[in-house]
Design a binder for this molecule. Sequence first.
Ligand SMILES: Nc1ncnc2c1ncn2[C@@H]1O[C@H](COP(=O)(O)OP(=O)(O)O[C@H]2O[C@H](CO)[C@@H](O)[C@H](O)[C@H]2O)[C@@H](O)[C@H]1O
Length: 521
Amino acid sequence: MDANEQPQAKVTRSIVFVTGEAAPYAKSGGLGDVCGSLPIALAARGHRVMVVMPRYLNGSSDKNYAKALYTGKHIKIPCFGGSHEVTFFHEYRDNVDWVFVDHPSYHRPGSLYGDNFGAFGDNQFRYTLLCYAACEAPLILELGGYIYGQNCMFVVNDWHASLVPVLLAAKYRPYGVYRDSRSTLVIHNLAHQGVEPASTYPDLGLPPEWYGALEWVFPEWARRHALDKGEAVNFLKGAVVTADRIVTVSQGYSWEVTTAEGGQGLNELLSSRKSVLNGIVNGIDINDWNPTTDKCLPHHYSVDDLSGKAKCKAELQKELGLPVREDVPLIGFIGRLDYQKGIDLIKMAIPELMREDVQFVMLGSGDPIFEGWMRSTESSYKDKFRGWVGFSVPVSHRITAGCDILLMPSRFEPCGLNQLYAMQYGTVPVVHGTGGLRDTVETFNPFGAKGEEGTGWAFSPLTVDKMLWALRTAMSTFREHKPSWEGLMKRGMTKDHTWDHAAEQYEQIFEWAFVDQPYVM
Ligand SMILES: Nc1ncnc2c1ncn2[C@@H]1O[C@H](COP(=O)(O)OP(=O)(O)O[C@H]2O[C@H](CO)[C@@H](O)[C@H](O)[C@H]2O)[C@@H](O)[C@H]1O
């Protein structure tokens, strides 16, 4: 799209994203994708946009920050019983100010949040630093010659950034700073809330009277022993209380978080904030995820010429050491090996599924039990199953392009990006009808009002039988109804998955936030 065609915002603002990750600098999952692409989409619409995240140096990620230069600015943060110096690095790319907070606690081997021994024990400290630094950045960093100033929209993502609205309300507004700013909490995943013992509260450097904002009491069944009072501090809860607006990454999920089943303990609180709670389905970065230009693919293709997809399938089969056959349905799974993603269902279904004439490839890392299971399943079904244990962005692109079907039996899914990537690549998603999956995948209907309709299969309830039923229906459509299959592929590929629509909806939320008074105690 050339600059003249690019739709522009009606009101432009200074927007500060705060996040634990953003691609391509650091990514462990969908949060990184969104924070690496939504800011660019908002900047293209005319906003001034800054993204604040840690400068993670773990050996392999260091090169991603090569173009980020030291700003000469450093601050001391009063928390955790000391005064901790952080410095700021900066890169201007795609019209966005990428700001990296530097501190020794972000320099260590492992992934972003942990290593082979589990989550890092000092994550609360690491993300407290991030939040303090993010509040200072708009006031002190002269980016492109001038500061962002006090009239900003802070977009705080998940628990890592959740202390920001609390700090604005507790430590800035009482002194007249940031009275013209607002904050929007974006919930990508309620499963991680940043919960630590209540005894850590004094470490956060907040006034004692603000304890209630973060106060969290575990239900009795979740306590460790009879004397455990279950008292904790919960970062995400702090943001649910103090943020001016709350967005979940799909409309379906915005309802689910208010229910006992989906609210992960925060449902009542979120229900009480329904008037400021909205859902906006994520977009995707179509510069990165585009089958006509994707640098990770051996062949390119488009909705007008799908021949390259068949070649991608053959190359993938070759790469995986599977029989190169066009007629066999190739099913893929990509994702964190986590309870959320329903891996246990796949594990239970595999013996039955492997009786079919099918090929299955899984790419994922996470729970060591499932990693081990993927390796052993591969040796049991040498001609049919491949389990790629690890995290590899190029491989994820090749699987998305080379497969016929993408399986996502997620237990819950706030939005889900892989089904969007799959549709963009003409790969038909078979998903559990929950959250954002239900919002984005329309089940195939051969008898729709305008003929065939739908982009995949959304099955429910989440049982092995239902999942196998959906997969078998998809596989028989693939084998026996080629024109219908091509229709499914093409409808998925021509859906608008760009960020522009979502960016416009975010702008509306920002406008509403600025109409209301900011949070003050
Ligand atoms: N082993 C591997 N190798 C390479 N790439 C891998 C990989 N495992 C995962 N990925 C990539 O990580 C991303 C995963 O994104 P998802 O949105 O599907 O899930 P996630 O649960 O991380 O995100 C959370 O945040 C996002 C963003 O809002 C929500 O869509 C989602 O529902 C919510 O759970 C995709 O880009 C995927 O390709």
